[in-house]
Design a protein around this ligand. Structure first.
Ligand code: FPP
Length: 259
């Protein structure tokens, strides 16, 4: 049965964002934006709604964020949708998230294709339900030749698990005699990471007021600009996204060097 709250929040009003977009210098856009979409549960709780309502509204915000990023011609966006730690949640909530993923791809796939978006995934998706794995495979296949923005979903993703996997693979290559320990460099490690098809994030956005990085892309965000805001993820609008990009475009990045 479809709960009542669904119709309330589907396509919830996203304030028009003009104003910010004209201020953004196109030559100072981040190439890759990573997003920790946090606060769905608190958003729902504050409204006396089930957590699922928060996730559904979060899916709507995610859709609008993808559109906003593509409209700005951002090269890639990574969305933290399910962490390796999220398995600690009740089964019903986890199940709801997989169903939401189905709903998202059913409703949005055509638009993603129209936008020339390429969909990719990071994280161990082999642990996901088989129907989810099929949806993932279909979305990868259908968009693999697209040359526009890369939308990277992090599912059952944890940065430490990803790094342990890299260490295993490099150790195996050393054991096999195909790699010398001295040849292990930052580039070699980067090549082994699952997210190597996109550049490192230039900007990391986290909603909900918490100021932490929660095991997300720890290697890749070494020099990322961090942007935290108090809004819960379902309240995150295109205007917030453009505000974050504008703030980023004004920051001075030195990468440890001098100006
Ligand atoms: C964190 O908020 C959010 C998640 C664990 C799920 C993110 C999912 C979406 C944005 C919807 C799209 C989903 C998929 C699978 C495509 P929280 O629940 O931890 O919030 P809280 O900290 O307030 O409890």
């Amino acid at each position: 049965m479809v709960p009542d709250w669904k119709s309330l929040f589907r396509g919830s009003a996203q304030p028009e964002s003009s104003g910010f977009t004209t201020e953004i210098d196109p030559s100072r856009l981040p190439r890759h934006v990573a997003v920790i979409m946090d606060g769905n549960g608190r958003w729902a709780h504050a409204r006396g709604l089930p957590r699922a309502a928060g996730h559904h509204a979060g899916m709507v915000a995610m859709r609008e964020t993808i559109r906003a990023a593509d409209d700005l011609s951002i090269g890639a966006i990574t969305l933290y949708a399910f962490s390796t730690e999220n398995w600690k949640r009740p089964r019903t909530e986890i199940q709801y998230l997989w169903n939401l993923l189905e709903e998202f791809f059913r409703a949005d796939m055509d638009e993603l294709v129209e936008r020339n978006v390429r969909v990719v995934f990071i994280g161990d998706t082999r642990k996901l339900p088989s129907y989810t794995q099929k949806t993932i495979a279909k979305s990868i296949e259908r968009t693999k030749d697209n040359s526009g923005m890369i939308v990277q979903f992090a599912l059952n993703y944890g940065s430490r698990a990803e790094l342990v996997d890299v260490v295993h693979r490099l150790a195996q290559q050393v054991k096999d005699g195909t790699l010398e320990p001295d040849d292990i460099s930052e580039e070699v490690v980067t090549q082994c990471l699952s997210a190597h098809c996109v550049p490192d994030p230039d900007l990391l956005i986290r909603t909900s007021g918490d100021k932490r990085v929660s095991n997300f892309l720890l290697w890749q965000i070494a020099y990322a600009e961090l942007y935290f805001l108090d809004e819960m993820w379902p309240d995150f609008t295109k205007a917030h996204f453009y505000e974050a990009i504008l703030a980023y475009s004004k920051r001075e990045r030195r990468f440890g060097g001098l100006k």
